[in-house]
Design a protein around this ligand. Structure first.
Ligand code: GDP
Ligand code: IMO
Ligand code: MG
Length: 426
């Protein structure tokens, strides 16, 4: 038995969906432990693409149980439309293989309205660039003990009371501060209760399922969303998401002890991307950045926004290794670098007259560093059909080996294309 945690080691969109799907072939239970439908996880099987925002990326493997843990925030409408879309394409999504923790918080219509109104009110330079999916306001309600949880759906009176209480405060903000229409609590409660009969069959005790599976010697896979540097504590605050994205949260976000987590795989893009605002030392706002965006199809899987692109940043990565206790790394999108004459790797920062090999921690300080680069020769070969590490051209292996050396963790998986098959296990 081996339990594995998958986390994004950069700023999200590293290819977690693809690797979770691949490792699901050897796992019986897959658990999402944080975030919500701000995530967009892409899986490609035989050329056919599926983008999942909420349902674990193990769902395409027939014999898996997919669970949504207590650390997730769940938009009921998105959940139902996602299962409808999967069912339409022939995927079994009955409660026999899909469950939601009773403790999972629900994203309510007013969370989305708050998220969007607040972003709109922020002045240039202070906008976070959120996905507008209500993620932040939902976690706020959780922390201020005003949230609705999935388990509440069985109690209509509790739903109505909680909605009314939440809106007492929010409607003042919406009407008087953000100058948007207040929300009718009756209509919100009615809307949610209308979805309840479809949601209730999915309610389950996630921690118990996971504990039983572990006891029976099954492999459990924990699927992270976003990336380590979007973490609410360790990320580039305030330009972060509202949940804990580091590996430790796989335990508390799904209700298991940290001693059950054996392998922690960081998903790492062979370069760097970021969506939304915030510091990004190796960002390329030039033709090379355009090439990466075009060749890597770097447009958000959730919002369609163009992703900011830049060189590989080993300083950021070393911090990810430390914060997550990575046992190994899956390096993705290596094929995208094809055709660039030179590959640059940031291996240090120049900051206030010093050279740092780890990121400065003060708020905004990452925006003030200058990357110190080393260079490696690029490659022109098409590597997208390579099946083994030995098949990769020498220049490509040299790049991978160099990354491995400077981040200090074994690169166990190399991805050379979006398809499930385009993966090299070392
Ligand atoms: P996630 O949020 O971490 O699951 O990543 P996304 O799905 O948002 O973004 C990754 C994108 O890269 C998706 O379009 C994937 O299909 C694609 N992808 C994943 N691995 C590779 C790879 O090795 N090469 C290429 N060219 N594309 C990849
Ligand atoms: P996956 O799981 C990339 C970013 C948003 C914004 C910030 C806060 O696909 O890797 P939020 O809506 O969470 O309050 O937005 O976080 N963000 C992501 N960026 N990939 C994601 O998920 C993201 N989820 C949130 O762009 O900058
Ligand atoms: Mg994504």
């Amino acid at each position: 038995m081996a339990n594995t945690v998958i986390i994004g080691a950069q700023w999200g969109d590293e290819g977690k969906g693809k690797i979770v799907d691949m490792l699901s072939a050897e796992s019986q239970v897959i658990v999402r432990f944080q975030g919500g439908n701000n995530a967009g996880h892409t899986i490609v099987v035989n050329g056919e693409q599926t983008i999942l925002h909420l349902i674990p990326s193990g769902i395409l493997h027939k014999n898996t149980l997919c669970l949504i843990g207590n650390g997730v925030v769940l938009d009921p409408e998105v959940f139902l439309s996602e299962i409808d879309a999967l069912a339409k394409s022939g995927v079994e999504v009955s409660p026999a293989r899909l469950g939601i923790s009773r403790k999972t918080h629900l994203i309510m219509p007013y969370h989305k309205i708050m998220d969007q109104a607040r972003e709109a009110a922020r002045s240039k330079g202070t906008k976070i660039g959120t996905t507008g999916r209500g993620i932040g306001p939902c976690y706020e309600d959780k922390a201020m003990r005003a949230g609705l949880r999935a388990g509440d759906l069985v109690d209509p009176d509790l739903v109505r009371a909680k909605v009314a209480r939440a809106l007492e405060e929010k409607n003042i903000l919406l009407r008087d501060l953000y100058k948007v229409d207040p929300v009718d609590p009756e209509a919100v409660a009615k809307g949610l209760l209308a979805l309840a009969p479809r949601l209730i069959p999915y309610l389950t005790d996630v921690e118990e399922h996971v504990a039983q599976a572990m006891k029976a010697g099954r492999n459990v896979l924990f699927e992270g969303a976003q990336g380590c540097h979007l973490d609410i504590d360790h990320g580039t605050y305030p330009f972060v998401t509202s949940s804990s994205t580091v590996s430790a949260n796989a335990a508390s976000g799904s209700g298991v002890g940290p001693n059950t987590l054996h392998r922690i795989v960081g998903i790492v893009k062979a370069y760097t991307t970021r969506v939304g605002s915030g510091p990004f030392p190796t960002e390329l706002e030039d033709e090379t950045g355009e090439i990466l965006r075009k060749n890597g199809h770097e447009f958000g899987a959730t919002t369609g926004r163009p992703r900011r692109c830049g060189w590989f940043d080993a300083v950021i990565l070393r911090e990810s290794v430390r914060l997550n206790g990575l046992t190994d790394v899956a390096l993705t999108k290596l094929d995208v670098l094809r055709g660039l004459p030179v590959l640059r790797i940031c291996n240090g920062y120049s900051y206030e007259g010093r050279t740092l090999d780890y990121p400065p921690q003060g708020e905004g300080s990452l925006g003030k560093v200058t990357p110190v680069y080393e260079e490696m020769p690029g490659f022109d070969d098409d590597i997208s059909a390579c099946k083994s590490y030995a098949d990769l051209p020498e220049k490509v292996r040299a790049y991978v080996n160099r990354l491995e050396t400077i981040i200090g963790v074994h690169i166990s998986i190399v991805s050379v294309g979006p398809d499930r098959e385009q993966t090299i296990v070392r």
